[in-house]
Design a protein around this ligand. Structure first.
Ligand SMILES: Cc1cc2nc3c(=O)[nH]c(=O)nc-3n(C[C@H](O)[C@H](O)[C@H](O)COP(=O)(O)OP(=O)(O)OC[C@H]3O[C@@H](n4cnc5c(N)ncnc54)[C@H](O)[C@@H]3O)c2cc1C
Length: 398
């Protein structure tokens, strides 16, 4: 049995890191969360959380009622970007009645943070950047930490790397770096109070040539999140930008229904996110099981299945359960990887498949539209049962 007095460091206080801290604490471990940001600001935009994500959150003590501003949905509507024609509805509610919500990332992070701050087994150290690590195969991993101007070293028994797609831990382990996916996400918000046009109800995806647009309500329906994923293989600008401007997005949506262009005209600031992917064969830690990677650090994928955060929360729960039950650290890491790898691979493939189908050019798009129009919402929903019906392991102190 893995020693519960093991000191656990979680690198990063994003969705993966905060979830991991809660999951390991629930299994009786003491956890230090090390986050380079000095304050946890409202970063990111909207997220959809499917039933598998909501069950994983429940396993770490967060119920749907704790998710302030979450807006429930029963279906996702697919439309044609050119003329707004409705192509299909997809049922997203799970068989056991677990819901599906859209939420601002900041509201999810706030729910996780509230739970973390009330858990005595967790300490949160902001303004603490992991600058490097040493792991000589012994019984500790030494982290080099930068706090303001000072550097220090600290040993930990286990390091859970939840430090995102540009993971410093992955870099220190000399793992192959992430690569540009060929697509850019353009994101913006519409504010109901600012006289936005009537919101498209619920979650809607518009399919167009080399572009798809998704809108859904967040902040209790007071704001509408809009993300356009655009194929831009020729881009040379791989940096994320906070103020990308509405005009470049408008240009990319040329020929789209006025419903969409009107929304962009009335939207707030537009941000630009080149989408990076982690190589599918990345190793998720070291052989001794003293370092494991979770969330985007392990497997950043395209957002077309809306599963990156969901997979991060699931990872956290499965990893904690593995470390709580396996006979030793190496066995725990193997159990974690064995359980997660097939599911992550399938989610990643599904995201790539969705992207290819959403972005089909004419006349292939005609075939897609016909097939979608002929299928009912329930049968389209059944295609995703393997994803949404997932059940988390129970977390407990044995
Ligand atoms: C356009 C778009 C739409 C999406 N839509 C959805 C969706 O609908 N549903 C869904 O489930 N997912 C969605 N995702 C994916 C989801 O946003 C990510 O998968 C998820 O947020 C990853 O969380 P993370 O905690 O692994 O990484 P991050 O959120 O990147 O967190 C990493 C944390 O580590 C910290 N950090 C980094 N380096 C260091 C260091 N050296 N030392 C200390 N701290 C460090 C960072 O400051 C940060 O706080 C979407 C993504 C995009 C781009």
């Amino acid at each position: 049995m893995v020693d519960r007095t093991l000191s656990v460091a979680v690198a990063g206080a994003g969705i993966a890191g905060l979830s991991a801290a809660l999951a390991f604490a629930r299994c009786g471990f003491k956890v230090a969360v090390l986050e380079r940001a000095a304050v946890l600001e409202e970063v990111g935009a909207g997220l959809q959380l499917s039933a598998n994500a909501l069950r994983a959150l429940r396993a770490i003590g967060i119920d749907q009622a704790d998710l302030r501003g979450a807006v429930p949905a029963e279906t996702v509507t697919l439309r044609r970007a050119r003329d707004n024609r409705r192509l299909a509805r997809v049922d997203v509610k799970a068989d056991d009645g677990t819901g599906y919500v859209s939420i601002h990332r900041a509201d999810l992070q706030a729910a996780l943070l509230t739970a973390v701050l009330t858990q005595p087994a967790i300490t949160l150290e902001l303004g603490t950047e992991i600058a490097g690590l040493r792991s000589g195969g012994g019984d500790q991993v030494t982290l080099a930490l930068q706090q303001a101007e000072s550097m220090s070293e600290r040993p930990y028994g286990l390091v859970v790397a939840a430090d995102g797609v540009r993971s410093r831990v992955a870099e220190a382990l000399k793992l192959e770096p992430p690569h540009y996916s060929g697509s850019v996400a353009w994101r913006t918000m519409l504010d109901r109070a600012a006289g936005a046009p009537p919101f498209a109800p619920g979650i809607t995806g518009w399919l167009g040539r080399s572009v798809n647009i998704v809108t859904y309500p967040v902040s209790g329906g007071e704001r509408l999140n809009l993300v356009a994923v655009v194929r831009e293989p020729q881009t040379t600008d791989f940096s994320s930008r906070d103020h990308a401007g509405r005009m470049p997005l408008m240009t990319r949506l040329h020929g789209a229904t006025p419903v969409l262009t009107e929304m962009i005209t009335r939207s707030g600031p537009v941000t630009r996110w080149p989408l990076m992917m982690v190589p599918g064969d990345r190793v998720w830690g070291n052989a001794e099981g003293r370092i494991i990677l979770i969330g985007d650090a392990a497997h950043a994928m395209l957002p077309h299945a809306a599963q990156g955060a969901a997979m991060a929360i699931e990872d956290a729960v499965v990893a904690a359960s593995a470390y709580a039950q396996a006979p030793d650290l190496a066995a725990a890491a193997r159990r974690y990887a064995a359980e997660r790898r097939p599911r992550i691979d399938r989610a990643r493939r599904r995201a790539i498949f969705n992207g290819a189908v959403y972005h089909l050019p004419f006349p292939l798009s005609l075939g897609r539209d016909t097939v979608l129009s002929l299928r009912d919402s329930r049968s389209l929903g059944r295609d995703l049962a393997w994803l949404y019906e997932w059940q988390p392991p129970e977390l407990r102190i044995d």
